[in-house]
Design a binder for this molecule. Structure first.
Ligand code: ATP
Length: 328
């Protein structure tokens, strides 16, 4: 199967041992996480060869990141940076199925990613390159790395996937709109929530659908045309528990979500993207890709952790044939 290439920052992840404010919780569980390696692990579980490039500190958390991701069968090209620490995020469990994440990543090793960290030939030989809107907002050099990878992919005729994944803690909205809009404009495959997508419309045209409302065919079609007047690209709208919609070849396809007992929704979006991309590199239809993506997202919600619950093909099959209860 064609290889997927992704790059970005993976950090240590400390999760509260119980529901409660970090002002009082005294025990934390140690793990790791980062949007792009969450996607990479999910792809690997689904049998898709995948390479991840990133920087970690030359420290124990950095070694944990490399070992864990490599242990999942991902081809890890990690640069150990002696001059900065591995970044960290803290996950505060705020209630059943809800959490708040705090980042300690400014100046981290991961944010020091550069264009030269991406070896010659790696982009050019990939079947697809996947980026998120997190990486280009980490630093100027990380933004350069993203732009350079996209440029190289386009020159080599390699498909580019971009998940807008806007994190307001990384940049104010107007800065993000410019930086992420630049990358979104180059993507063959674009993922985002309705408001994230509205944010990256060229010229800052849209406010997007009303927050909290479920956008219909009309709104999604209008958003997709504003993003891509040529209609050459595939635009995938993530809609949480409501499922997802895709705009491709001039028409909108909806796929309902699944009703599941939610334990932790963090990472659902990344699992969703991996499900979609796994179908994409295997040449599946838009409908099939959406079904697989929604199932991956839903399964991820049913277990704790940002990536640990990523399903295998057999687990997906079992979920869809038994527990996969589509919301009508
Ligand atoms: P995050 O960045 O927090 O991982 P996101 O905002 O990128 O998430 P969402 O739209 O929240 O993405 O979720 C992605 C997909 O995961 C949805 O399209 C859906 O398929 C699945 N999903 C998310 N939440 C639920 C839920 N509560 N129940 C069932 N499926 C869900």
């Amino acid at each position: 199967a064609p290889r997927v290439l992704t790059l970005g920052e993976t950090m240590g992840l400390l999760t509260g041992g119980r529901i409660g404010s970090l002002a009082h919780v005294s025990e934390m569980h140690v793990g790791i996480g980062g949007a792009e390696t969450n996607v990479a692990v999910s792809l690997s579980r689904l049998g898709v060869p995948v390479t991840w490039i990133g920087r970690v500190g030359d420290d124990s958390l950095g070694r944990r990141v490399v070992r864990e991701i490599r242990g999942e069968g991902v081809d890890v090209r990690a640069h150990l940076d002696p001059d900065a620490a591995t970044g960290l995020m803290l996950k505060e469990l705020t209630g059943p199925g809800t959490a708040r994440v705090y980042y300690y990543r400014a100046g981290s090793a991961g944010s020091r990613l550069t264009a030269t960290d991406v070896p010659a030939g790696l982009v050019e030989s990939a079947g697809l390159v996947h980026l998120t809107g997190i990486t280009p907002l980490l630093s100027d050099s990380a933004r350069e790395a993203c732009l350079s990878v996209v440029r190289r992919a386009r020159e080599a005729g390699v498909r580019v996937s971009f998940d807008v994944n806007y994190r307001s803690t990384l940049a104010p909205a107007h800065v993000a709109a410019e930086v992420l809009g630049e990358l979104a404009a180059e993507a063959d495959l674009l993922f985002g929530s309705p408001d994230e997508l509205a944010h990256v419309v060229p010229g800052g045209a849209g406010d997007g659908p009303e927050p909290g409302s479920a956008p219909g065919d009309e709104e999604i079609g209008a958003l997709a045309r504003a993003l891509d007047p040529t209609g050459a690209r595939e635009i995938v709208v993530k809609r949480g528990a409501d499922g997802a919609s895709a705009y491709a070849d001039g028409s909108v396809v909806h796929a309902p979500g699944h009703r599941v007992d939610v334990v932790d929704t963090v990472g659902a979006g990344d699992a969703f993207v991996a499900g979609y991309l796994s179908g994409d590199v295997q040449g599946r239809s838009v409908e099939e890709k959406l079904v697989r993506a929604n199932a991956c997202g839903a399964v991820m919600c049913t277990m704790a952790g940002d990536w640990e619950a990523a399903p295998t093909p057999a687990e997906l099959e079992a979920f869809l044939s038994a527990g996969g209860d589509p919301v009508q």
